[in-house]
Design a protein around this ligand. Sequence first.
Ligand SMILES: Nc1ncnc2c1ncn2[C@@H]1O[C@H](COP(=O)(O)OP(=O)(O)OP(=O)(O)O)[C@@H](O)[C@H]1O
Ligand SMILES: [Mg+2]
Length: 291
Amino acid sequence: MSAAQGAAPPQPSASPPPSSPRSQPLIGLRGVTKVYGEGALAFQALKGISLDVQQGDFVAIMGPSGSGKSTAMNILGCLDHPSTGAYLFRGVHVEGLSRDERALLRRRYFGFVFQGFHLLPRTTALENVELPLLYRGEPAAQRHAAATQALADVGLKGWEHHTSAELSGGQQQRVAIARAIVTAPAVLLADEPTGNLDSRRSHEIMELLWRLNVEHGITVLMVTHEPDMADYARRIVHFVDGQVERDAPNPAPLMLRPGHQSVTAATEALPAQSSGEPAILQAEPQAGEGV
Ligand SMILES: Nc1ncnc2c1ncn2[C@@H]1O[C@H](COP(=O)(O)OP(=O)(O)OP(=O)(O)O)[C@@H](O)[C@H]1O
Ligand SMILES: [Mg+2]
Protein backbone atom coordinates (compact mmCIF):
# COMPACT_ATOMS: atom_id res chain seq x y z
CA MET A 1 0.00 0.00 0.00
CA SER A 2 2.98 2.27 0.47
CA ALA A 3 3.29 5.33 -1.69
CA ALA A 4 6.91 4.24 -2.04
CA GLN A 5 5.61 1.76 -4.60
CA GLY A 6 3.58 4.44 -6.33
CA ALA A 7 4.60 7.23 -8.67
CA ALA A 8 8.24 7.95 -9.35
CA PRO A 9 10.15 10.61 -7.46
CA PRO A 10 10.56 13.96 -9.20
CA GLN A 11 13.56 13.35 -11.43
CA PRO A 12 14.43 10.45 -13.69
CA SER A 13 17.35 9.30 -11.62
CA ALA A 14 15.10 9.38 -8.55
CA SER A 15 13.38 6.11 -9.49
CA PRO A 16 15.10 3.24 -7.79
CA PRO A 17 15.82 0.41 -10.18
CA PRO A 18 13.45 -2.52 -9.60
CA SER A 19 16.40 -4.66 -8.62
CA SER A 20 17.88 -2.13 -6.17
CA PRO A 21 19.38 -4.06 -3.27
CA ARG A 22 17.27 -4.22 -0.15
CA SER A 23 20.28 -3.07 1.80
CA GLN A 24 20.06 0.43 0.31
CA PRO A 25 18.73 2.55 3.15
CA LEU A 26 15.46 4.37 2.60
CA ILE A 27 17.05 7.42 4.19
CA GLY A 28 20.70 8.36 4.49
CA LEU A 29 22.13 11.48 6.05
CA ARG A 30 25.83 12.04 5.40
CA GLY A 31 27.58 14.69 7.47
CA VAL A 32 24.55 16.96 7.45
CA THR A 33 25.04 20.40 8.95
CA LYS A 34 22.58 23.21 9.42
CA VAL A 35 23.53 26.79 10.10
CA TYR A 36 20.81 29.30 10.91
CA GLY A 37 21.53 32.97 10.32
CA GLU A 38 24.68 34.59 9.00
CA GLY A 39 27.87 36.26 10.17
CA ALA A 40 28.10 36.99 13.86
CA LEU A 41 24.53 35.73 14.33
CA ALA A 42 25.17 32.37 12.65
CA PHE A 43 24.20 29.39 14.76
CA GLN A 44 25.13 25.83 13.91
CA ALA A 45 22.15 23.67 14.88
CA LEU A 46 23.48 20.47 13.25
CA LYS A 47 27.20 19.72 13.30
CA GLY A 48 27.51 16.74 11.00
CA ILE A 49 24.71 14.20 11.36
CA SER A 50 25.11 10.82 9.68
CA LEU A 51 22.23 8.39 9.91
CA ASP A 52 20.88 5.50 7.84
CA VAL A 53 17.25 4.43 8.19
CA GLN A 54 16.03 1.24 6.56
CA GLN A 55 12.52 0.91 5.19
CA GLY A 56 10.21 -0.41 7.90
CA ASP A 57 12.31 0.87 10.79
CA PHE A 58 10.80 2.66 13.81
CA VAL A 59 13.30 5.19 15.15
CA ALA A 60 12.94 7.34 18.25
CA ILE A 61 15.06 10.48 18.35
CA MET A 62 15.80 11.79 21.82
CA GLY A 63 18.01 14.50 23.24
CA PRO A 64 18.00 17.76 25.17
CA SER A 65 16.02 20.78 24.06
CA GLY A 66 17.93 22.62 21.36
CA SER A 67 20.00 19.60 20.33
CA GLY A 68 18.72 19.77 16.75
CA LYS A 69 16.00 17.10 16.67
CA SER A 70 13.33 19.22 14.98
CA THR A 71 15.93 20.72 12.65
CA ALA A 72 16.87 17.20 11.52
CA MET A 73 13.20 16.22 11.16
CA ASN A 74 12.53 19.28 8.99
CA ILE A 75 15.42 18.32 6.73
CA LEU A 76 14.28 14.68 6.61
CA GLY A 77 10.77 15.80 5.66
CA CYS A 78 12.06 18.13 2.92
CA LEU A 79 10.67 21.14 4.79
CA ASP A 80 14.20 22.53 5.00
CA HIS A 81 17.55 21.77 3.41
CA PRO A 82 20.98 21.10 4.88
CA SER A 83 23.70 23.76 4.82
CA THR A 84 26.27 21.12 3.88
CA GLY A 85 26.30 17.35 3.64
CA ALA A 86 24.09 14.95 1.75
CA TYR A 87 20.55 13.68 2.23
CA LEU A 88 19.78 10.55 0.25
CA PHE A 89 16.20 9.35 -0.08
CA ARG A 90 16.10 5.99 -1.84
CA GLY A 91 19.47 6.86 -3.29
CA VAL A 92 18.39 10.28 -4.60
CA HIS A 93 20.36 13.33 -3.49
CA VAL A 94 17.57 15.43 -2.02
CA GLU A 95 19.87 18.39 -1.37
CA GLY A 96 20.37 18.62 -5.14
CA LEU A 97 16.65 18.92 -5.89
CA SER A 98 14.87 22.18 -6.57
CA ARG A 99 12.36 23.56 -4.09
CA ASP A 100 9.47 22.30 -6.23
CA GLU A 101 10.98 18.84 -6.54
CA ARG A 102 11.45 18.67 -2.80
CA ALA A 103 7.83 19.69 -2.32
CA LEU A 104 6.78 16.88 -4.64
CA LEU A 105 8.90 14.39 -2.74
CA ARG A 106 7.43 15.64 0.52
CA ARG A 107 3.83 15.31 -0.61
CA ARG A 108 4.35 11.90 -2.11
CA TYR A 109 6.44 10.15 0.50
CA PHE A 110 6.07 11.86 3.86
CA GLY A 111 3.39 12.26 6.48
CA PHE A 112 3.82 14.66 9.39
CA VAL A 113 2.51 14.63 12.93
CA PHE A 114 3.27 17.42 15.38
CA GLN A 115 2.88 17.96 19.10
CA GLY A 116 0.14 20.56 18.58
CA PHE A 117 -2.07 18.48 16.20
CA HIS A 118 -2.41 21.45 13.77
CA LEU A 119 -5.98 20.67 12.79
CA LEU A 120 -8.23 23.28 11.24
CA PRO A 121 -10.76 24.42 13.85
CA ARG A 122 -14.49 24.38 13.05
CA THR A 123 -13.68 21.78 10.43
CA THR A 124 -14.75 18.17 10.65
CA ALA A 125 -12.37 15.26 11.13
CA LEU A 126 -13.19 14.07 7.63
CA GLU A 127 -12.48 17.46 6.06
CA ASN A 128 -9.18 17.74 7.93
CA VAL A 129 -8.10 14.32 6.72
CA GLU A 130 -9.21 15.02 3.15
CA LEU A 131 -7.05 18.15 2.95
CA PRO A 132 -3.80 16.59 1.63
CA LEU A 133 -5.83 14.87 -1.08
CA LEU A 134 -7.54 18.14 -1.96
CA TYR A 135 -4.06 19.66 -2.47
CA ARG A 136 -3.31 16.74 -4.76
CA GLY A 137 -6.41 17.49 -6.79
CA GLU A 138 -8.11 14.16 -6.16
CA PRO A 139 -11.83 13.96 -6.92
CA ALA A 140 -14.28 14.33 -4.04
CA ALA A 141 -15.47 10.72 -4.03
CA GLN A 142 -11.92 9.38 -3.79
CA ARG A 143 -10.99 11.90 -1.11
CA HIS A 144 -14.01 10.97 0.89
CA ALA A 145 -13.39 7.23 0.65
CA ALA A 146 -9.68 7.48 1.50
CA ALA A 147 -10.28 9.84 4.44
CA THR A 148 -13.04 7.63 5.81
CA GLN A 149 -10.69 4.63 5.65
CA ALA A 150 -7.81 6.55 7.27
CA LEU A 151 -10.09 7.60 10.13
CA ALA A 152 -11.16 3.99 10.56
CA ASP A 153 -7.48 2.96 10.58
CA VAL A 154 -6.84 5.22 13.57
CA GLY A 155 -9.94 4.03 15.45
CA LEU A 156 -12.19 7.00 14.65
CA LYS A 157 -14.97 5.31 12.69
CA GLY A 158 -18.18 7.14 13.57
CA TRP A 159 -16.40 10.45 14.33
CA GLU A 160 -16.00 11.70 10.77
CA HIS A 161 -18.38 14.65 11.16
CA HIS A 162 -17.21 15.96 14.51
CA THR A 163 -15.20 19.18 14.52
CA SER A 164 -11.82 19.49 16.23
CA ALA A 165 -13.40 21.34 19.17
CA GLU A 166 -15.63 18.33 19.77
CA LEU A 167 -12.72 15.94 20.11
CA SER A 168 -10.38 15.17 23.01
CA GLY A 169 -6.63 15.72 22.65
CA GLY A 170 -6.05 12.03 21.98
CA GLN A 171 -8.76 12.00 19.33
CA GLN A 172 -7.38 15.15 17.71
CA GLN A 173 -3.96 13.54 17.47
CA ARG A 174 -5.60 10.49 15.86
CA VAL A 175 -7.20 12.77 13.27
CA ALA A 176 -3.77 14.34 12.67
CA ILE A 177 -2.30 10.87 12.20
CA ALA A 178 -5.14 9.93 9.83
CA ARG A 179 -4.37 13.09 7.85
CA ALA A 180 -0.69 12.06 7.77
CA ILE A 181 -1.38 8.53 6.49
CA VAL A 182 -4.23 9.27 4.06
CA THR A 183 -1.68 9.77 1.28
CA ALA A 184 -0.13 6.35 2.04
CA PRO A 185 3.29 7.82 2.90
CA ALA A 186 6.44 5.73 3.01
CA VAL A 187 7.61 7.66 6.06
CA LEU A 188 5.80 9.12 9.03
CA LEU A 189 7.69 11.92 10.79
CA ALA A 190 6.30 12.61 14.23
CA ASP A 191 7.79 15.48 16.29
CA GLU A 192 6.80 14.94 19.93
CA PRO A 193 3.42 13.43 18.98
CA THR A 194 2.53 12.73 22.61
CA GLY A 195 3.89 15.98 24.05
CA ASN A 196 0.41 17.40 24.71
CA LEU A 197 -1.22 14.19 25.91
CA ASP A 198 -1.63 12.48 29.26
CA SER A 199 0.05 9.16 29.88
CA ARG A 200 -2.83 6.93 28.81
CA ARG A 201 -3.53 8.81 25.56
CA SER A 202 0.21 8.87 24.90
CA HIS A 203 0.40 5.10 25.11
CA GLU A 204 -2.65 4.79 22.84
CA ILE A 205 -0.99 7.00 20.24
CA MET A 206 2.24 5.01 20.51
CA GLU A 207 0.36 1.75 20.01
CA LEU A 208 -1.24 3.28 16.94
CA LEU A 209 2.17 4.30 15.56
CA TRP A 210 3.44 0.80 16.26
CA ARG A 211 0.50 -0.71 14.36
CA LEU A 212 1.04 1.60 11.39
CA ASN A 213 4.68 0.52 11.36
CA VAL A 214 3.97 -3.20 11.66
CA GLU A 215 0.72 -3.57 9.72
CA HIS A 216 1.06 -0.82 7.11
CA GLY A 217 4.84 -1.00 6.76
CA ILE A 218 5.25 2.73 7.33
CA THR A 219 8.73 3.77 8.39
CA VAL A 220 8.37 5.88 11.55
CA LEU A 221 10.77 8.52 12.83
CA MET A 222 9.59 10.05 16.05
CA VAL A 223 11.05 12.72 18.32
CA THR A 224 10.26 12.31 21.98
CA HIS A 225 11.54 13.49 25.34
CA GLU A 226 9.93 10.55 27.11
CA PRO A 227 11.88 7.30 27.54
CA ASP A 228 8.55 5.42 27.99
CA MET A 229 7.50 6.48 24.49
CA ALA A 230 10.91 5.86 22.93
CA ASP A 231 10.61 2.32 24.28
CA TYR A 232 8.07 1.55 21.53
CA ALA A 233 10.72 2.14 18.86
CA ARG A 234 13.01 -0.47 17.35
CA ARG A 235 15.96 1.89 17.57
CA ILE A 236 16.82 4.91 19.69
CA VAL A 237 19.06 7.75 18.49
CA HIS A 238 20.32 10.36 20.96
CA PHE A 239 21.18 13.85 19.77
CA VAL A 240 23.44 16.09 21.83
CA ASP A 241 24.50 19.56 20.70
CA GLY A 242 23.75 19.00 17.02
CA GLN A 243 25.40 15.60 16.83
CA VAL A 244 24.41 11.96 17.16
CA GLU A 245 25.80 10.92 20.50
CA ARG A 246 24.33 7.41 20.60
CA ASP A 247 22.47 5.21 18.15
CA ALA A 248 21.41 1.78 19.34
CA PRO A 249 18.73 -0.80 18.60
CA ASN A 250 16.03 -1.33 21.18
CA PRO A 251 16.41 -5.08 21.63
CA ALA A 252 12.89 -5.50 22.99
CA PRO A 253 10.42 -2.83 21.83
CA LEU A 254 7.63 -2.51 24.36
CA MET A 255 4.90 -4.06 22.20
CA LEU A 256 6.97 -7.22 21.71
CA ARG A 257 7.79 -7.71 25.36
CA PRO A 258 6.28 -10.83 26.90
CA GLY A 259 3.43 -9.96 29.25
CA HIS A 260 3.02 -6.43 27.84
CA GLN A 261 -0.54 -5.18 28.31
CA SER A 262 -1.88 -3.17 25.39
CA VAL A 263 -3.81 -0.10 26.57
CA THR A 264 -5.73 0.01 23.29
CA ALA A 265 -6.79 -3.62 23.61
CA ALA A 266 -7.99 -2.89 27.14
CA THR A 267 -9.99 0.10 25.90
CA GLU A 268 -11.41 -1.78 22.93
CA ALA A 269 -12.55 -4.51 25.29
CA LEU A 270 -14.99 -2.08 26.94
CA PRO A 271 -18.61 -3.07 26.28
CA ALA A 272 -20.30 -1.27 23.36
CA GLN A 273 -22.38 1.74 24.36
CA SER A 274 -26.02 2.15 23.43
CA SER A 275 -25.32 5.11 21.10
CA GLY A 276 -23.67 2.73 18.69
CA GLU A 277 -20.38 4.66 18.71
CA PRO A 278 -17.22 2.58 18.88
CA ALA A 279 -16.38 1.52 22.43
CA ILE A 280 -12.78 2.70 22.06
CA LEU A 281 -14.02 6.24 21.66
CA GLN A 282 -16.58 6.14 24.42
CA ALA A 283 -13.66 5.96 26.83
CA GLU A 284 -12.22 9.32 25.72
CA PRO A 285 -13.02 12.34 27.91
CA GLN A 286 -14.70 14.96 25.77
CA ALA A 287 -13.25 18.43 25.43
CA GLY A 288 -15.20 21.62 24.73
CA GLU A 289 -18.93 21.38 24.24
CA GLY A 290 -18.90 17.59 24.03
CA VAL A 291 -20.38 15.33 21.43
N1 LIG B 1 14.67 29.05 12.25
C1 LIG B 1 15.65 29.13 13.15
N2 LIG B 1 16.45 30.20 13.19
C2 LIG B 1 17.47 30.29 14.08
N3 LIG B 1 17.76 29.33 14.97
C3 LIG B 1 17.01 28.25 14.99
C4 LIG B 1 15.90 28.08 14.08
N4 LIG B 1 15.32 26.88 14.34
C5 LIG B 1 16.01 26.34 15.34
N5 LIG B 1 17.02 27.13 15.73
C6 LIG B 1 18.00 26.85 16.78
O1 LIG B 1 18.63 25.63 16.48
C7 LIG B 1 18.80 24.85 17.66
C8 LIG B 1 18.13 23.50 17.47
O2 LIG B 1 16.73 23.71 17.42
P1 LIG B 1 15.71 22.50 17.29
O3 LIG B 1 14.37 23.10 17.19
O4 LIG B 1 16.16 21.61 16.21
O5 LIG B 1 15.94 21.78 18.70
P2 LIG B 1 15.14 20.53 19.33
O6 LIG B 1 16.18 19.49 19.63
O7 LIG B 1 14.04 20.14 18.43
O8 LIG B 1 14.62 21.15 20.68
P3 LIG B 1 13.24 20.88 21.48
O9 LIG B 1 13.43 19.58 22.20
O10 LIG B 1 13.16 22.04 22.42
O11 LIG B 1 12.12 20.86 20.50
C9 LIG B 1 18.22 25.66 18.81
O12 LIG B 1 19.26 26.31 19.48
C10 LIG B 1 17.32 26.67 18.13
O13 LIG B 1 17.25 27.87 18.83
MG1 LIG C 1 11.94 20.23 18.65
